[in-house]
Design a protein around this ligand. Structure first.
Ligand code: BGC
Length: 717
C-alpha cells in the first residue's frame, strides 16, 4: 500500500477507532468473547470496517503453529506440524535447517489464515529448572540470536510475520506476572538482550512481545528504557511491540513506553482489579494525561506492519498446508538435533540385534512441552511405534506388558491426566511409577535380547518451574532402580544398555551414567520422535547435535542458585547475582566441572581439524580452518569458535562463543574449508554505560565443544 493511503487511513480514524487498534479483542472464544475465525488462535485485533481495516490473527508458537485441530460442527481437521522443541532446533547449530523449519511453519501460518506467529521465544537458559526452557534455544546469546534470526527469515519469507518473545529477562515461570528481575546493565546487554538484538538486526521481525516480568522495578511492557531507548533508538526496530497476554498493570504507561499493542485485551475478564484498557486509554487522551500523538505513533507502528499481512491483502487461505512435506522437515530437523552423550561402541546397533525397550516413555513419548508452546499434530510417532515401523527386532512380549500397564494406570484416578487452569492449555500428567517389573522378568528379557534401551522422560510447561528434586531434575527412586537392575542383569548376560533421554531441559546424569554403555539425548523431537530415534540407533542417521546448554554435575553447581527468587515461599524479586556468568561462562571461568559441557556431542565418526589462519582486517577478524572426516561413517561436524579476551582491566569470562559452523555431510577422507568472520565490535564489553574493546592479544580457540579445543591462534587489537 502506498504511504499516502496508509496515512489517509490513520488521518480518517476517530479517537475511538485508534484506541481499538491498540487493544486486542479479548481472549477469543473464552469469557463470552466471540471465537476467532481461526479457532485456537491466541489473539485478534479489532477490525474497522468503515476504513476496510480487517482484523489480524495471532497464534503461537515455537514448536509449530498452535491452533485447535477440530472445530464445532465441522468434519475437517486443522492439524499443524509438531516440530522439535526450540532447544533441540538449537542443538542442530544449523542456520539452514532453522530457516527451513521457519518456512514450513510460515506456510502453515499463512494457509490456516493466521497473520503473525507468536515465536520464536528467545529467553536464556539461566537455570535448568525454568519450566519453559524447552521453548528457548540456549544459554548462549549468540546461538540464540542466530537460530532465531534464521527461523524468522524462514517464517517471514511466506508473507506472514514473526514475533520475538519474551522481551526481556523472563527466565522463570514462578510468579511470572509480577516478579521483578533485578539484573545489571552489563549482564542485560551482553547476555539477556544480545540474542534479541541479533535477531532484530538480522531478520527484521514484524513484532516483538514484551515480557510479563518487571525489569529492574518496571514492568517490561511499561519500560520505556527497554522498548524505546534500547529496542527502537539503538537497534532501529521499526515495527510494533505487543504485550504478553494480560501483562503489566497500566495501559497508559504501556502506550507511552512504546508498547504499541495490548494483548489479548479485556484483562478485567481475568483480573477484577483491572479495567477496560480501551476506556483507560480513551479517558487518558481526553483528560490530557496521554498525548494523542503517542497514540497516533503506536497506531502507525501497528498498521505499517498489518497492511502487509495476508488478512489485509485479502489472501484466500486454503486450510490445506502441505503437512506431508512439513513432516519431512520436522524429521530432518530432529535428526540433526539428537545428541550422543556417551557411547562405548554400543551404538549404532545393526538391525538384526534383538532390542528390549524399558520405560513408559516408549508409549507416552513426549513430543514437546505444555502451554502455549504446545502443538496439535496429526500424529506423534512414539518410540515404540518408531522402532516397530523401522522393522527392528523388538521384544514384543515386553512391549505388550508396557502397553497394558500404561493403559491400566492411566485409568486409575491418581494417574488420570487432569486439566489445568486454562483448559487444554496446561494439562497435568502425573508420572507413572516405573518399578513394576520383577527381577525374574528382567532376567528373561536379558536372556532374550542383545540391547536394552531405558527411556527417561520429562515434561514441563508454561506456568510452573521444574523442581530440584527426585522425579524431576534427579531420577526418581523407581527410575534409578530400573537403571540399576537392568544394567546389572543385562551386563551379567554380556548385553548392552542404553539410556534415552526424552526431556526438554537437563537432568542429573553423573550419579548413574557409569552404569550404562551409552546415553542418547533425543530431547522432545515433535511428531517424528519415534522415527528419528529408530534411525539414530541403527546408524541411518549419524548424530551431529551439540549441547546448546550445559548439563551440570549437580543442580547445586548452577550459578543461579537463588532461582526462582526471594522470599523463597512466594518470590517477588529475582536477582541475577551471577551477572554475565551464565552457563559455560560460569563453569569455565570458575573451574567448575560440568557433566557435559556446552557444545558437546559425540558422533559415530571422527573429525580432524587443521590449517588455522587468523587475520585481523580492522573491522573484521577472518578465521579459516579445515575439517577432515577421518572415521568411516559419513557425518556432519559443528565447529565452534571461542574467543579468549586479554586479561585487561574488566573481569570477563574465560572464553565466549563468537562464531560457529555446521559442515555439510562429509564422506570419509573429505575435507571442508570453514571460513568464519567475527566483527571486532562483537568483542566489546559493556562497562558502566558504554561498550569498550580492550586492547591486547585475543586467543582464537576452535573446538568440537567448548572444552575440546582443537586449534589455537590469536590476533591483536
Ligand atoms: C505466553 C506467550 C504466548 C501467549 C499467547 C502467554 O501466556 O507467555 O508466550 O504467546 O500466552 O498464547
Amino acid at each position: 500500500m502506498p504511504l499516502e493511503d496508509f496515512n489517509e487511513i490513520v488521518s480518517k480514524m476517530t479517537l475511538e477507532e485508534k484506541v481499538s487498534i491498540v487493544v486486542g479483542v479479548g481472549l477469543p472464544g473464552l469469557f463470552g468473547n466471540a471465537p476467532s475465525r481461526v479457532p485456537g488462535a491466541a489473539g485478534e485485533t479489532h477490525p474497522i470496517e468503515r476504513l476496510r481495516v480487517p482484523s489480524a490473527v495471532f497464534a503461537d508458537g515455537p514448536a509449530g503453529l498452535r491452533i485447535s485441530p477440530r472445530r464445532e460442527g465441522d468434519e475437517l481437521t486443522y492439524h499443524a506440524t509438531a516440530f522439535p522443541i526450540e532447544t533441540m532446533l538449537a542443538s542442530t547449530w544449523n542456520r539452514e535447517i532453522l530457516e527451513e523449519v521457519g518456512r514450513a511453519v510460515g506456510e502453515e501460518v499463512r494457509e490456516y489464515g493466521v497473520d503473525i506467529l507468536l515465536a520464536p521465544a528467545m529467553n536464556i537458559h539461566r537455570n535448568p529448572l525454568c519450566g519453559r526452557n524447552f521453548e528457548y534455544y540456549s544459554e548462549d546469546p549468540l546461538l540464540t540470536g542466530e537460530m532465531a534470526a534464521a527461523f524468522v527469515r524462514g517464517v517471514q519469507s511466506q508473507g506472514v510475520g514473526s514475533c520475538l518473545k519474551h522481551f526481556a529477562a523472563n527466565e522463570q515461570e514462578t510468579n511470572r506476572f509480577f516478579i521483578d528481575t533485578v539484573v545489571s546493565e552489563r549482564a542485560l546487554r551482553e547476555i539477556y538482550l544480545r540474542g534479541f538484538e541479533i535477531a532484530v538486526r538480522k531478520s527484521k521481525p514484524w513484532a516483538v512481545m514484551s515480557a510479563y516480568n518487571k525489569l529492574n522495578g518496571k514492568y517490561c511492557s511499561q519500560n520505556k528504557w527497554l522498548l524505546t531507548k534500547v529496542l527502537r533508538e539503538e537497534w532501529v526496530f521499526e515495527d510494533f511491540v505487543m504485550t504478553d497476554w494480560f501483562a503489566g498493570d497500566n495501559p497508559v504507561e504501556q502506550m507511552e513506553a512504546g508498547n504499541d499493542m495490548i494483548m489479548p485485551g479485556k484483562a478485567y475478564q481475568i483480573n477484577p482489579k483491572r479495567k477496560d484498557e480501551r476506556e483507560e486509554i480513551l479517558n487518558a487522551v481526553k483528560e490530557g494525561r496521554l498525548s494523542e500523538k503517542i497514540l497516533d505513533r503506536n497506531v502507525r507502528n501497528i498498521l505499517k506492519v498489518l497492511i502487509n499481512s495476508p488478512s489485509f491483502k485479502g489472501y484466500k487461505y486454503s486450510n490445506k498446508p502441505n503437512l506431508d512435506a512439513h513432516a519431512r522437515v520436522a524429521y530432518k530437523a530432529g535428526a540433526e538435533g539428537v545428541i550422543l552423550l556417551k557411547n562405548d561402541g554400543t551404538l549404532p546397533i545393526s538391525v538384526d540385534k534383538r532390542v528390549a525397550l524399558f520405560g513408559t516413555g516408549q508409549i507416552e513419548t513426549i513430543k514437546g512441552g505444555t502451554g502455549s508452546g504446545d502443538t496439535h499434530p496429526r500424529y506423534v510417532v512414539s518410540l515404540l511405534e518408531g522402532v516397530r515401523e523401522r522393522g527392528l527386532k523388538i521384544d514384543e512380549e515386553l512391549a505388550k506388558i508396557y502397553i497394558k500397564y500404561v493403559g491400566e494406570m492411566r485409568n486409575r484416578e491418581e494417574y488420570k491426566v487432569r486439566w489445568g487452569v486454562l483448559g487444554e492449555f496446561m494439562p497435568i500428567v502425573p508420572r507413572l511409577p516405573e518399578g513394576f517389573l520383577s527381577e525374574k522378568d528382567i532376567e528373561r528379557f536379558a536372556e532374550n535380547n542383545d540391547v536394552a534401551f531405558i527411556i527417561i522422560s520429562r515434561i514441563s510447561g508454561e506456568g510452573y518451574d521444574r523442581r530440584p528434586e527426585k522425579g524431576d531434575f534427579y531420577l526418581s527412586d523407581d527410575e534409578r532402580s530400573l537403571v540399576d537392575r537392568i544394567s546389572r542383569i543385562f551386563h551379567k548376560y554380556g548385553r548392552k544398555v542404553v539410556a534415552v533421554l526424552n526431556i526438554g531441559s537437563p537432568v542429573e546424569v553423573v550419579s548413574w551414567r557409569g552404569l550404562v554403555d551409552a546415553i542418547l539425548l533425543i530431547w522432545q523431537a515433535g511428531q517424528e520422535t519415534g522415527r528419528i530415534f529408530a534411525d539414530i540407533i541403527t546408524g541411518r542417521i549419524n548424530p551431529s547435535g551439540k549441547l546448546p546448554t550445559t548439563f551440570p554435575r549437580d543442580y547445586w553447581d548452577v550459578p543461579s542458585w537463588n532461582f526462582p527468587g526471594e522470599p523463597r515461599d512466594n518470590p517477588q524479586v529475582v536477582s541475577y547475582d551471577e551477572g554475565i556468568y551464565v552457563g559455560y561462562r560460569y563453569y569455565d571461568t570458575f573451574g567448575v566441572e560440568p557433566a557435559y559441557e556446552f557444545g558437546f556431542g559425540l558422533s559415530y565418526t571422527t573429525f580432524k581439524y587443521g590449517n588455522l589462519k587468523v587475520e585481523n582486517t580492522g573491522n573484521m577478524v577472518k578465521i579459516s580452518f579445515e575439517i577432515t572426516k577421518t572415521g568411516s561413517f559419513p557425518g556432519k561436524e559443528v565447529a565452534q569458535v571461542y574467543i579468549r579476551a586479554p586479561r585487561g582491566v574488566i573481569d570477563k569470562p574465560f572464553q565466549e562463543l563468537k562464531g560457529f559452523h555446521k559442515t555439510s555431510l562429509l564422506n570419509p577422507g573429505e575435507t571442508e574449508k570453514v571460513e568464519i568472520e567475527i566483527s571486532v565490535d562483537s568483542l566489546a564489553i559493556y562497562n558502566g554505560d558504554r561498550w569498550i574493546i580492550e586492547k591486547g592479544r585475543y586467543e582464537v580457540r576452535v573446538g568440537s565443544s567448548s572444552r575440546d579445543i582443537r586449534l589455537i591462534g590469536s590476533f591483536t587489537i
